[in-house]
Ligand binder design. Structure first.
Ligand code: ZN
Length: 245
């Protein structure tokens, strides 16, 4: 039997994807802070109630082009970490799918806020591809309905006003409890309930490394703080971890 090897949990937020051209919508200078009417487009109540909100929401997704974004050096560094054989699990607040696109096996990635690559009917729960829905938008359907039942389609993302999937949250807490090293990358660790995960890890004796340009509430209890840009900081950190330092 193999000896237990230390599990590394990596929590990633918007900061890891900004170098891939995906803006940090929730950040202090993010779109949703500057323009409350834009936040409405990703808030479940208005989205379900108002076809005009849905029309603008689909248009925003079509124009954002997020599905075409490419992974960057930060995402690739985590693939390198996983391929080194060290046990690693990535918990991400991002919905862009760039960890998997970079080459991380899907089973190693827990998408806390869902995925922007899929859509789901709010009535019959059938799922489909976002790309197919956006093709219908481009073809002139302002608010593409569920092909199975005619219900409202929404992205498989956790919108404002929705709660995280309890099973996903349970898995995230289990990983935080089991890890020996918790690395928080590109997140200010302010959004609940994700914000409690480092605390869960710390209580079990894990070491915490924070990689973020801005201060976080966990800085005082972190074993290490890295302020450099993620695209250079994360590859350097991964090289150290693989070397056992
Ligand atoms: Zn349906």
């Amino acid at each position: 039997m193999n000896a237990k090897r230390p599990l590394i949990a990596v929590l990633t937020g918007a900061g890891i994807s900004t170098d891939s051209g995906i803006p940090d919508y929730r950040g202090p200078n993010g779109l949703w802070q500057r323009d409350p009417s834009a936040q409405e487009l990703v808030t479940i109540g208005p989205y379900l109630a108002d076809p005009e909100v849905r029309r603008r929401s689909w248009l925003m997704r079509a124009e954002a082009g997020a599905l075409a974004a490419e992974p960057n050096a930060g995402h690739r560094a985590l693939v390198e970490l996983e391929r080194s054989g060290l046990p690693v699990r990535v918990l991400t607040q991002n919905v862009d799918g760039l960890h998997q696109r970079a080459g991380l096996p899907a089973r190693k990635v827990l998408e806390l806020h869902g995925t922007a690559h899929r859509v789901q009917c709010v009535r019959c729960r059938v799922r489909g591809e976002m790309a197919a829905a956006l093709v219908r938008v481009a073809a002139g359907e302002p608010d593409p309905a569920c092909p199975a039942c005619g219900g409202v389609l929404k992205p498989c993302t956790v919108m404002f006003g929705e709660t995280l999937d309890p099973e996903v949250l349970r898995q995230a807490e289990a990983i935080a409890k089991a890890c020996d090293l918790f690395i928080a990358v590109g997140t200010t660790l302010q959004v609940h309930p994700v914000a409690v995960l480092p605390q869960v890890a710390l209580e079990r004796g894990a070491r915490l490394i924070v990689v973020n340009a801005e201060p976080t509430g966990y800085d005082p209890v972190a074993a290490e703080l890295i302020r450099e840009p993620i695209s250079t900081a994360l590859p350097a950190l991964v090289r150290r971890l693989i070397a056992g330092q």
